[in-house]
Design a protein around this ligand. Sequence first.
Ligand code: DAH
Length: 380
Amino acid sequence: MSAPNKSYDPVEVEALKPEEIERMRDEAVAAFAAAGDLDALAHAKTAHTGGTSPLALANREIGALPPHAKAAAGKLVGQARGAVSKALAARQAELEAERDARVLVEEAVDVTLPYDRTPAGARHPLTTLMERVADVFVSMGYEVAEGPEVEAEWFNFDALNFVPDHPARQMQDTFFVQGTTPEGTAVTTGDESGVVLRTHTSPVQARTLIDREPPVYVVCPGRVYRTDELDATHTPVFHQIELLAVDEGLTMADLKGTLDHMVQALFGADMKTRLRPNFFPFTEPSAEMDMLCYVCRGESVGNPDRPCRTCGSEGWIELGGCGMVNPKVLTACGVDPEKYSGFAFGFGIERMLMFRHNVEDMRDMVEGDVRFTRPFGMEI
Ligand code: DAH
């Protein structure tokens, strides 16, 4: 800044000469006009309006003028700066509009281009079949209940009346996660239970009975684990559906009617089931449930001219286990067996998918090849 200027002499304060101020203004306006894009304009803005721009420096010189000259010089500089910022704003708006118009063209999306080059995924047939089966029961008023896959040994075995040395508890059959039970020796209680990957969906029966007051009508779909090698008919991870009904006065006739309804809903109105005696610790009496062969409808039996590959001309296909809930299970879960009775049923979904759709190798279900899943349709 120049030294205080007692006798005002604009000639000596070069920067404040009107022609100088005009020149600075015109240069600034010209620089803005010349800026071809917003970056260039930002540079011009710093050069012509920043703290060290000619007009800002001229403005500082005003302080050094004698009082009577300050107003006129201030007006001059102020007007010039006003004109400069107006020109800047106008150019800024112009360049922004240009940029926006250009972006609209450059980044335009051609909505007519094909959009489905990446095929949509779809749900696995095991999932859709499991839901379809569960839906049959939901439509009868059952609720869906679920339990954990990492399960207390007590729920998986003890509550279901498996004796301590039952072979299913052994490590060749069951994945123990924690508190491994030495084969067939331990008796576990609720407090000191080991932890297993559940080997069936039946523990959800016990969980449900402990959680709710009868009447209980639940269907329990889920994933289960056993120490099997993966081959054409086994997989260490598979799916089951469990059914449990506990109410006053339920009998085996209710179980049979429910099973018949299920196979009719899934395989056709002329389907039926038959029960063969079997043993499960958690049902008494227990039965193996067969359904009429859905291919030959039983007509291959004793008819060598019409052999059936699906059922081996037996006329029936084994579907799962069932029975009346063992009173010991009801007692273990706090339900009075004098007042209530119940039935249960459980079966594997992989097996049902195999015979319902002629799948010959279970490995196809886990390998994730779309050539396997595509023919089942695209449920998303
Ligand atoms: N939990 C049995 C299994 O995995 C299947 C089963 C049998 C379930 C009889 C039941 C039943 O509910 O009543 O082999």
